[in-house]
Ligand binder design. Structure first.
Ligand code: SF4
Length: 332
């Protein structure tokens, strides 16, 4: 499959006030590169503040990148014209269906708004039919059209949000934690719906979540971010069965894993403290202040994000040592 999205050395720095007339760059995304193939779902995972949402927003040019390149379908997105064209093919589903939809608009107007903005119909009848079609994609029926967003539950609101984002007939969707605000019982339904829509409409997803369990079934590959950097990227099954970065291991150790060997191997990785502020990121490896395997050289230089086996990328100076320690735990 060919690459649909290519991100090269993306940086997104925000200037933050730190005192009288003093600013400091907050490195929300710091030199991140990856690709997404056509028809693929790339899961992007990490704690709050790791930069995953900023990656999604910067790709869609909701934030202007500080540096780096965004390529779509073999073409670099650079000019205002490029961005305008790109927005017809790429869209976003937001995290919070409670605040992202205007409660005083009807479902029909919410879903119809992008059709109006982009002039995607000729007659009123055509507009109405398209809205009903979009509603049917997400399991809403025609009686819902004239009701208001505030009348719906969180799960249904998210369905309205998804129908709205499908209005422009996109090829690529950034799904920004689309199920985090929903009840656990509803999450699986909405994820299944994303899956079905992908098959039906040939969509490509960047699926952002803070929980590895959420992205497991929907993702073909998974990328893990920590403090603005990508620390691991591999096929979904590879990440679950053979995580190599200590941070990915710690994320996995906090979710139930069906294979008892893996569960035991990861159980002992307990992280101390919170994610540091990106304004005061540690020197060298960003994970070193919480890494149980950190050694002196981890403070000296940022580990290279390198391919250790086919398609499996990791940024850690001591993968071999980490693997040895894990084996010891398994054998105990
Ligand atoms: Fe831990 Fe060092 Fe690897 Fe960073 S480079 S993850 S601090 S062992």
């Amino acid at each position: 499959k060919k690459n649909l999205v290519e991100i090269k050395h993306l940086k997104e720095y925000f200037n933050v006030n730190v005192g009288f007339f003093k600013t400091k760059p907050l490195k929300a995304v710091d030199d991140v590169s990856f690709t997404i193939k056509k028809g693929e779902t790339l899961g992007l995972v990490g704690e709050s503040g790791c930069g995953k949402t900023t990656v999604g927003r910067t790709i869609l040019n909701l934030y202007k990148p500080t540096a780096g390149e965004i390529w779509y379908d073999g073409k670099q997105i650079k000019t205002k014209e490029d961005i305008k064209e790109f927005r017809k093919k790429a869209t976003m589903v937001f995290q919070d269906p409670y605040s992202s939809l205007n409660p005083r608009m009807t479902v029909s107007d919410i879903i119809g708004e992008p059709l109006d903005i982009h002039g995607l119909y000729k007659t009123k009848e055509e507009r109405r039919e398209r809205i009903l079609e979009l509603m049917s994609y997400v399991g809403l029926n025609s009686e819902h059209a004239s009701r208001y967003a505030h009348e719906f539950s969180g799960g249904q609101r998210q369905r309205i949000g998804i129908a709205r984002s499908l209005a422009v007939n996109p090829e690529f969707i950034v799904c920004d934690e689309p199920v985090s605000a929903l009840d656990v019982s509803i999450q699986a339904q909405v994820i299944n719906m994303f899956d079905e829509l992908q098959d039906k409409l040939g969509l490509t997803y960047l699926f952002i979540a803070h929980d590895l369990l959420v992205v497991r079934h929907i993702s073909d590959r998974i990328a893990v971010m920590y403090l603005g950097k990508m620390v691991e990227l591999a096929d979904a099954e590879e990440i679950y069965n053979n995580p190599l970065h200590p941070y990915s291991k710690s994320l996995l150790s906090s979710v139930p894993v069906p294979d008892p060997k893996i569960a035991r191997a990861n159980k002992r990785i307990v992280l101390s403290g919170d994610i540091p502020s990106p304004l005061n990121a540690p020197s060298g490896c960003p994970f070193r202040t919480r890494c149980p395997y950190a050694q002196e050289d981890c403070a000296m230089s940022m580990p290279e994000f390198k391919e250790v086996s086919s398609g499996h990328f990791v940024a850690c100076h001591h993968i071999e040592d980490v693997a040895k320690i894990q084996n010891k735990i398994v054998l105990n």
